[in-house]
Design a protein around this ligand. Structure first.
Ligand SMILES: C[S@@+](CC[C@H](N)C(=O)[O-])C[C@H]1O[C@@H](n2cnc3c(N)ncnc32)[C@H](O)[C@@H]1O
Length: 278
């Protein structure tokens, strides 16, 4: 049998094994993406075949954890893609506050370590004031990575000066006065109680988890890029159903609506990938 065919068959079998072992639905992710993530673990262990890797993986809980970490990329930032947050601050959030009588419900789907959820909490605190924040707002962050969820719940972040990508001070330029929202001790930024109070985090798998409803604003950014196009379409429909009438949906900078989901939303700010429920 040609070697490439052999590898393809191994790959399919390996995906199947992972799904069974880790309850992680490999068949909903793009093969090119999974192939790159798996290869990274094989390289780290100096292995050449999925078969050899499987022999180690099936009995090694630590390696199973490492593989899960590898396939769920957690990169995130406070106020990631600043221009989106400008539109949220100056337009979307004031509109919601004006139009919604009861609590404004917000969902950060694929929330990683919570920076997206806290970013929107800080914007709301800035506009409403900290006292009103808890009365008027409920923010839920969901993810399948339990370490990230724990980190998010604690809300304690380390700045890494010198690493532009993660340098907290740079990320927090957006709010000018980070000390209003964080207790800052050296390199450690602890989100203040008032900002944390309306925010909660929970385990939720976008692929197989129960459907969610009644949100006025949904973020799903830099999560579905790793999923197949068919699944993306299903999830965009789920988000449509999860929104209240006139609710807003914010996608990642490089993401686009696909298939029938394109008819469900009205572009609100196409450049910043903000859509409104039709
Ligand atoms: C790159 S981060 C994006 C974080 C944040 N939304 C942002 O844009 O900065 C992607 C997150 O999606 C999560 N994720 C991957 N597959 C998921 C799934 N099936 N259900 C829920 N979350 C998932 C990962 O664990 C990871 O934390």
């Amino acid at each position: 049998m040609p070697q490439e065919l052999e590898i393809n068959r191994d790959f399919e079998q390996f995906k199947h094994n992972i799904k069974e072992l880790l309850n992680f639905n490999t068949f909903q992710y793009k093969d090119t993406y999974l192939g790159r993530r798996f290869a990274s673990r094989l390289r780290a262990l100096h292995l050449d075949t999925y078969h050899d890797y499987w022999q180690i993986l099936k009995n090694d809980a630590k390696e199973q954890e490492k593989l899960l970490q590898e396939v769920t990329i957690n990169v995130t930032e406070f106020f990631r893609d600043a221009p989106v947050w400008d539109v949220l601050f100056n337009d979307v959030v004031p509109t919601l506050i004006r139009e919604r009588q009861g609590k404004i419900r917000i969902w950060s789907a694929g929330s990683s370590d919570g920076k997206e959820a806290y970013s929107i909490a800080m914007i709301l605190a800035n506009i409403l004031g900290e006292n009103e924040l808890f009365n008027r707002v409920e923010i839920i962050g969901t993810d399948i990575d339990r370490d990230c969820l724990n980190h998010a719940t604690v809300g304690n972040y380390l700045s890494h000066p010198g690493l532009i990508q993660t340098d907290m001070k740079k990320q927090l330029n957006f709010i000018k006065t980070p000390e209003k929202y964080f207790d800052i001790i050296g390199d450690t930024f602890q989100v203040k109680h008032a900002i944390k109070t309306p925010v909660s985090f929970q385990y939720h798998d976008l692929i197989s988890g129960p459907k969610k409803y009644h949100f006025d604003l949904i973020f799903c950014r830099n999560v579905v890029i790793y999923f197949t196009r068919q699944l993306q379409e299903v999830l965009y429909k789920d988000f449509y159903n999860a929104l209240t009438p006139g609710g807003f949906f914010v996608m990642g900078k490089t993401e686009t609506l696909v298939g029938e989901s394109r008819d469900l939303f009205i572009p609100y700010n196409l450049n910043e990938r903000i859509f409104k429920k039709r």
